[in-house]
Ligand binder design. Structure first.
Ligand code: TLP
Length: 340
């Protein structure tokens, strides 16, 4: 099987498995797991924030951030195709009781002027704006890198209005490797960041939430309320440390494979997409001569897994389980299917 469904399908490396086996452990609900503490310290330092907290998933990291920053009855500005709005089963409405205010982005980037326009006046009819959420790279826009200047512009608006900015940086290391902008610079225009260890970085489980000491102290209470207080979580953190220490630069391989795939697919008639939109490891295409279910089904029959992300769009995500030869095979197979 050539599994291009997601970078979440990546398996832990041998070094991760060894680190898990030998990890020094303690009870993290007491803050006494030395491996978790090492991971959190490293993550905070890498992102240039005061403190960090390990959470089981990216979704929990985002939701804990929203719960910590907001109160019920307030409004959260976010991009209309963002993961928080699209893929988290309305968790922010269910748990935090917020009203989302989805705004259309450009390649996943929210224009600062639009964000400012959407911030609510002080009026009893209106839900007060409590938070702005950004996403980088932007998954549903096609793994696009949101330019640093765009994030800085939104942050200036947020500062002017006294609002926090949360970054869903599930793939912020992909953004950094692709753009050359250090993750710290992206994080500098946010109040909090969530990033995933379990995607392209290859760890089996876990995400990190970073922010100020005070924010993380309150976030720990929310994580506990949600049942995310994990005990000997060093088992997870050990692999996360290997991910942060050794797997970041490798993301460039996924990007190179995605570029190769993009160029190969662009040369096939019956596929609509702009290869210039491919910044990192995600490619979203629209077949024009066949239904999406048909194409996905034909690919699967030939051992290639993809995901349908719209009634008319299919996603290919390169990841460390897929090499250059697999990409060449994928291009050949798509061509065979679409050329009949
Ligand atoms: N994304 C998954 C699916 O949920 C769609 C994927 O296969 O891409 N933020 C972003 C931008 C994400 O892409 C994801 C996962 C998450 C948050 C949530 O992370 P997890 O799966 O750890 O809860």
């Amino acid at each position: 099987m050539i599994d291009l469904r997601s970078d979440t399908v990546t398996l832990p490396t041998e070094a991760m498995r060894k680190a898990i086996f030998t990890a020094e452990l303690g009870d993290d609900v007491y803050g006494h797991d030395p491996t978790v503490n090492r991971l959190q310290d490293l993550a905070a330092a890498m992102l240039g924030k005061e403190a960090a907290m390990l959470v089981p998933s990216g979704t929990m990291g985002n939701q804990v951030a929203i719960l910590t920053h907001t109160r019920p009855g307030t409004e959260v500005i976010l991009e209309a195709d963002s993961h928080i709005y699209y893929y988290e089963a309305a968790a922010a409405s269910v748990f935090a009781g917020i009203q989302p205010r989805p705004l259309p982005g450009k390649r996943g980037s929210l224009p600062a002027a639009l964000v400012e326009w959407a911030i609510r006046e002080d009026d009893i009819h209106l839900p007060p704006t409590s938070l702005i959420c950004l996403e980088n790279t932007h998954n549903r826009a096609g793994g696009t890198v949101v330019p640093l200047e765009d994030m800085q512009a939104v942050y200036q608006v947020a500062l002017k209005h006294g609002l926090p900015v949360h970054l869903d940086g599930a793939r912020i290391f992909n953004a950094s490797v692709a753009s050359g902008v250090p993750v710290k610079e992206y994080a500098a225009c946010t109040t909090s960041v969530q990033f995933c260890l379990s995607k392209g970085l290859g760890a089996p489980v876990g995400s990190i939430l970073v922010g100020t000491h005070q924010f993380i102290a309150e976030a720990r209470r929310w994580r506990k309320r949600l049942g995310g207080g994990m005990r000997q979580a060093g088992i997870i953190a050990a692999a996360g440390l290997v991910a942060l220490e050794t797997m970041v630069e490798r993301l460039a391989e996924d990007h190179a494979n995605a570029r190769l795939l993009a160029e190969g697919l662009a040369a096939i008639t019956g596929i609509e997409f702009n290869p210039d939109d491919v910044d990192t490891n995600i490619i979203i295409v629209k077949p024009t001569t066949m239904s999406i279910r048909q194409l996905g089904g034909e690919l699967e029959k030939r051992g290639i897994l993809t995901v349908v992300i719209e009634p008319d769009r299919i996603r290919f995500t390169t990841n460390k389980e897929v090499n250059r030869a697999d990409i060449e095979t994928t291009i050949k197979v798509v061509k065979e299917i679409l050329d009949g």
